[in-house]
Design a binder for this molecule. Structure first.
Ligand code: TZP
Ligand code: MG
Length: 213
């Protein structure tokens, strides 16, 4: 069955994770409470994604974390990832769904409410909504949407949403109050010398926020 938990979604970046390394960062983050891990590496081709992706699948085997591959359908299928994440510019979601089949998780980046409203829940399982804030992690990103923009996208979306873009532990309450199911972060975990503690600090705030809602 297709189960996933968007609460704390780590997006791996080879540059920002260079210190600890992507695999060790993922392992530590999941030990600290990350629920999903996306392999997002635009620096190499499919072969490198497959190599790293296999290591990632091995590292996280036996944990509840779901492994998602960004953009590359072939790599996602080859490594047996739990899912694929695509952007608006990466081809139609229905084409991606046709290639990955019904069992894999499919995520789609959405930056506007009209795009969220157009999501077909039979095709897309979750959306990534953002960027909430401007972030140097993704040069050339869309205009920041803020928490109000996030709430508008969440309201329009027929599927769960994970917020992304400049998010850190203190933003947890606002993200959940906007209706999102979780936070997707790169630098808040990858950029930290102790990714386990960084993830744990965010996970603890998510649990506390949920108790108070
Ligand atoms: N998509 C929208 S913003 C972003 C992506 C991949 C990068 C988020 O990185 P950070 O370091 O958490 O701001
Ligand atoms: Mg993309």
């Amino acid at each position: 069955m297709k189960t996933f938990d968007l609460s704390l979604y780590l997006v791996l970046d080879p540059g920002l994770c260079a210190g600890t390394g992507m695999i060790e960062t993922a392992r530590a983050a999941v030990a600290g409470g990350a629920t999903m891990v996306q392999l997002r590496d635009k620096t190499g081709g499919t072969d490198r994604l497959v190599e790293t992706g296999r290591d990632l699948m091995d590292a996280l085997a036996g944990t509840p974390a779901r492994v998602i591959v960004n953009d590359d359908v072939t790599a996602a299928i080859t490594i047996g990832a739990h899912g694929l994440h695509i952007g608006q510019g990466d081809g139609a979601a229905d084409e991606a769904r046709a290639r990955i089949g019904p069992a894999m998780i499919l995520g789609l980046s959405v930056e506007r409410p009209d795009l969220a409203a157009g999501v077909d829940p039979a095709v897309v399982d979750y959306i990534g909504a953002g960027p909430v804030f401007a972030t140097p992690t993704k040069p050339g990103h869309h205009a920041p949407i803020g928490f109000d923009g996030l709430a508008g996208i969440v309201r329009a979306s027929p599927v769960p949403a994970v917020a992304i873009g400049g998010l850190k532990a203190p933003h947890v309450g606002d993200v959940l109050a906007a209706g999102a199911d979780g936070l997707a972060v790169v630098s808040a975990i990858c950029g930290e010398s102790d990714p386990r503690s960084a993830a744990h600090a965010i996970a603890v705030r998510i649990a506390a926020s949920r108790r108070s809602i």
